[in-house]
Design a protein around this ligand. Structure first.
Ligand SMILES: *[C@@H]1O[C@H](CO)[C@@H](O)[C@H](O)[C@H]1NC(C)=O
Ligand SMILES: *[C@@H]1O[C@H](CO)[C@@H](O)[C@H](O)[C@H]1NC(C)=O
Ligand SMILES: *[C@@H]1O[C@H](CO)[C@@H](O)[C@H](O)[C@H]1NC(C)=O
Length: 532
C-alpha cells in the first residue's frame, strides 16, 4: 500500500501523493454526530487516505488553523499520525462552547467531511427551592413551592417528594437561557399547608442525561399561623360586685408578641398579659370582654360575656300616649335582667295582667281604658322594678256630679260638676232647667285635682224657687257633649260642705266660659224642660 511505499522510498512520496490526490484521496474515517457530557473529552475522527497536504477543521464554519497543536484553542488538538492520514480532533474536557458543527477539510484536495454535530450535554446546577432551607408558610394559605434547576442542557426533569413520597401535582415549565443552548426548568408544587404539616420535608430532585444520577435539594416547611385563642371566665356565674378572672390562653407559631384587652370595644390599656381580673357589674353581661393575641403572622380576637346576675334595668321607657276613642294604642317597655326576667302589664286599680310581653296592645280603646298602666319586671330571686305610663283617650267630655247638692236658703249657694275631657272642652255650660228671672248667676270653673275641670254655678243668695229644680251641666269638645243633671236641695242649718277655691284656672286648659242665657221665650213660658 501507499504507506509502505512511502516508508520504503521517501523520494517518491511527493510524486506519488500528487498522483493519488488527483485520483484517490478519500476519507476512511469521518466525524459523526456525537454527544458528550461537559467535562468529558471527545475525539472527532478524521482519516484521509492518499493525501499529504494541509488538513484543517472548521467549527460552525470557522477555521481552527493549520497547525496540529491548534494554538488559540487550548483544549483542542489534532491527534494521530499525519503520515497515516490521521487528523482526528481531540477536544479535551468539553464545554458548552464546543457544542457546534465540525467539519474536517482536506483543502488541497477540496475534500470536506461529513458535517458532524457535537452535542455537549450540561448537567443542571443544584436545584434551588425558593425560601429554603426552611420555608415559612402561612397555614391554610395556598402556596407554590418553587424549585429551579438552571444551566442544564437539555432542560432538567424535576420531581418533588414529600417525606420521600412522589408528588404528582407539580406544574413544570422551562425556558431557554441567554446562551440559546441551556435551559432553566422550574417546577411549582401547589400546597395548602396545615398546622400539622410543619416540619415536613420536601425534596426537589432534578436530572437530565448529563446527570442521570440527579441532584436534589430538600427543604422543610415551617407552617405559621395566627394565635389560636380560647378565652375563659372564672367563675362562670357571679353577682354584681364580684371579682372575675379572664384567662386568655393562646398557642401560636411564631411566638406571641402581645395581648390586648378591651371591653365593649373600648381598650383596657392597663391590661397586657394573658389574664385580667376585674370587679364586674351588669355591663359585663352585655359588653363582651375581648382578648386579642398577636404574632408576626396575624392576630386573633376572642370575646366573651360574663354571666352577671342583676335586677331589672330599664332599656326603654314606655311613652305616655293620647289616642282618639276607637283607635288602637300600644305601650312598649323593655327591661334587661339576668337571669331572664318576667314582665307583667297591669292597669292601676286592677290586678289583671294584661300582657307579659314588652308591648301592651290596646285595641279600639274606650274612655274606660284611659288611666295609668304599670309595666313590672321581675328577675327571679334578684329583684323587681316597675314603670308607670298614662293613656289618655280623646272622646266626648265625661261629666261627673253629685246628683243632689245642698244649699242653705237665703245664703250663697253653689252647684258643682266635674268635667273630665280630653281634648279639653271647648265650652262648658251650667244652667238651671228653669230660669229664674232677676236672679244673679255667676259661673266659674277651676282645674280639678285630677286634671279635669271643676265647674261651678254660684247663686249669690238662694231663694225658695231655686230648690227642687234640675240643673244641667254640659261640656262640648270635638267628639261631642257630656251632660250631668243636678238637683239642689235645701239644707237647714248645715254649713256648706263643698268649698272650692275657684277662680278661672291658670290657662293650662283652654276653657271658653260661656253663660248661655236661656232664650227669652223660655223665660216667659218656662216651666218645662229646656233645650240648649
Ligand atoms: C401557583 O402556580 C399556579 C400556576 O402558575 C398559579 O396559577 C397559582 O396562582 C399559583 N399560586 C400561588 C398561591 O401563587
Ligand atoms: C376584638 O373584637 C371586638 C368585637 O369585634 C372589638 O370590639 C374589639 O375592639 C376587638 N379588640 C381588639 C383589641 O381589637
Ligand atoms: C242640657 O243642656 C244641653 C245644652 O243646653 C242640652 O243639649 C241637653 O239636652 C240638656 N240635657 C237635659 C237632660 O236637659
Amino acid at each position: 500500500d501507499k504507506g509502505t511505499i512511502a516508508r520504503l522510498w521517501p523520494p517518491y512520496v511527493a510524486l506519488l501523493s500528487v498522483a493519488f490526490f488527483a485520483v484517490a484521496a478519500y476519507f476512511s474515517q469521518q466525524p459523526q454526530d456525537q454527544v458528550v457530557v461537559s467535562g468529558q473529552s471527545v475525539t472527532l475522527p478524521c482519516v484521509i487516505v492518499g493525501y499529504r497536504g494541509m488538513v484543517q477543521w472548521t467549527k460552525d464554519g470557522l477555521a481552527l488553523g493549520g497547525e496540529r497543536d491548534l494554538p488559540g484553542w487550548t483544549r483542542y488538538s489534532l491527534m494521530g499520525d499525519p503520515l497515516s492520514g490521521e487528523h482526528s480532533l481531540l477536544i479535551d474536557s468539553a464545554e458548552l462552547a464546543d457544542d457546534a458543527v465540525y467539519e474536517c477539510q482536506a483543502t488541497q484536495a477540496a475534500l470536506r467531511s461529513h458535517r458532524a454535530k457535537l452535542t455537549v450535554l450540561v448537567p443542571p446546577s443544584d436545584p434551588v427551592v425558593e425560601g429554603g432551607p426552611v420555608v415559612r408558610l402561612k397555614a391554610h394559605t395556598p402556596h407554590n413551592l418553587t424549585c429551579r434547576a438552571s444551566g442544564a442542557k437539555p432542560a432538567a426533569e424535576i420531581t418533588w417528594y414529600r417525606d420521600g413520597e412522589v408528588m404528582e401535582t407539580a406544574i413544570y415549565s422551562k425556558s431557554l437561557m441567554e446562551d440559546g443552548k441551556r435551559e432553566t426548568a422550574v417546577s411549582m408544587l401547589p400546597i395548602v399547608p396545615e398546622d400539622s404539616d410543619s416540619g415536613r420535608t420536601y425534596t426537589c430532585r432534578v436530572l437530565n442525561p448529563a446527570a442521570p444520577a440527579g441532584r436534589q435539594t430538600s427543604i422543610t416547611i415551617n407552617v405559621q399561623h395566627p394565635p389560636s385563642v380560647t378565652l375563659s371566665v372564672q367563675p362562670q356565674t357571679v353577682t354584681e360586685g364580684a371579682k372575675v378572672l379572664f384567662i386568655c390562653s393562646a398557642s401560636a407559631n411564631p411566638e406571641i408578641i402581645g395581648y390586648r384587652w378591651s371591653k365593649g370595644g373600648v381598650p383596657i390599656s392597663e391590661a397586657n398579659g394573658d389574664s385580667l381580673e376585674v370587679t364586674v357589674d351588669y355591663s359585663y353581661f352585655t359588653d363582651p370582654v375581648s382578648c386579642e393575641v398577636s404574632n408576626s403572622v396575624g392576630s386573633t380576637n376572642v370575646s366573651t360575656l360574663v354571666d352577671v346576675q342583676f335586677g331589672p334595668r330599664l332599656l326603654s321607657e314606655p311613652k305616655p300616649m293620647t289616642v282618639d276613642i276607637g283607635m288602637d294604642a300600644a305601650f312598649t317597655c323593655a327591661w334587661t335582667g339576668n337571669p331572664p326576667l318576667t314582665l307583667a302589664w297591669t292597669k292601676q286599680g286592677s290586678s289583671v295582667v294584661l300582657s307579659n310581653g314588652n308591648t301592651l296592645q290596646l285595641k279600639a280603646v274606650t274612655q274606660e281604658d284611659a288611666g295609668t298602666y304599670t309595666c313590672k319586671a321581675i328577675v327571679p330571686r334578684i329583684g323587681v322594678a316597675e314603670r308607670d305610663v298614662t293613656l289618655t283617650v280623646n272622646g266626648p267630655p265625661i261629666i261627673t256630679a253629685e246628683a243632689t247638692q245642698h244649699a242653705v236658703k237665703h245664703s250663697k249657694g253653689k252647684l258643682e260638676c266635674r268635667v273630665g275631657s280630653s281634648p279639653p272642652p271647648d265650652k262648658i255650660v251650667s244652667e238651671p232647667l228653669v230660669w229664674v228671672v232677676g236672679r244673679l248667676l255667676v259661673f266659674g270653673s277651676s282645674r280639678a285635682p285630677d286634671h279635669g275641670v271643676l265647674s261651678s254655678l254660684v247663686l249669690s243668695e238662694t231663694l225658695a224657687q231655686d230648690f227642687q229644680l234640675r240643673y244641667n251641666c254640659t261640656a262640648w269638645n270635638r267628639f261631642g257633649t257630656g251632660t250631668a243633671l243636678v238637683t239642689l236641695k235645701e239644707q237647714e242649718a248645715l254649713p256648706m260642705l263643698i268649698i272650692v277655691g275657684g277662680a278661672v284656672g291658670g290657662g293650662c286648659v283652654l276653657l271658653i266660659c260661656v253663660i248661655t242665657l236661656v232664650s227669652l221665650c223660655c223665660r216667659h213660658t218656662g216651666k218645662g224642660e229646656l233645650n240648649g
